[in-house]
Design a protein around this ligand. Sequence first.
Ligand code: FES
Length: 107
Amino acid sequence: MAKINFIEADGTENELDVQEGWSLMQAAVSNGIDGIEAECGGSCCCATCHCYVDEAYMDKIEAPSDNELGMLEETVAERKDNSRLACQIKATEALDGMKVYLPEVQS
Ligand code: FES
């Protein structure tokens, strides 16, 4: 279990206990958090689960696949160095305490 804080574009914080192995997208959607649309259901083909990852945790997350890097070219909100797709990040205990910032728009 990892405590992960999803911070919406308006500053609303949503701290969730995320089960290991769940994707950040699954955790956000199943808890009704605004800011993650996840139109493709986690297949890495919509880029509507775009998020900005806490830079202090970047090295605790698996590097993005070529497929994810390609989809990150399609984000509606500005792509930044810490942009990732929430469906491609699996929760581990190493992510305990991480903040995930959600963009203002996804589509
Ligand atoms: S849910 Fe579609 S790319 Fe993540």
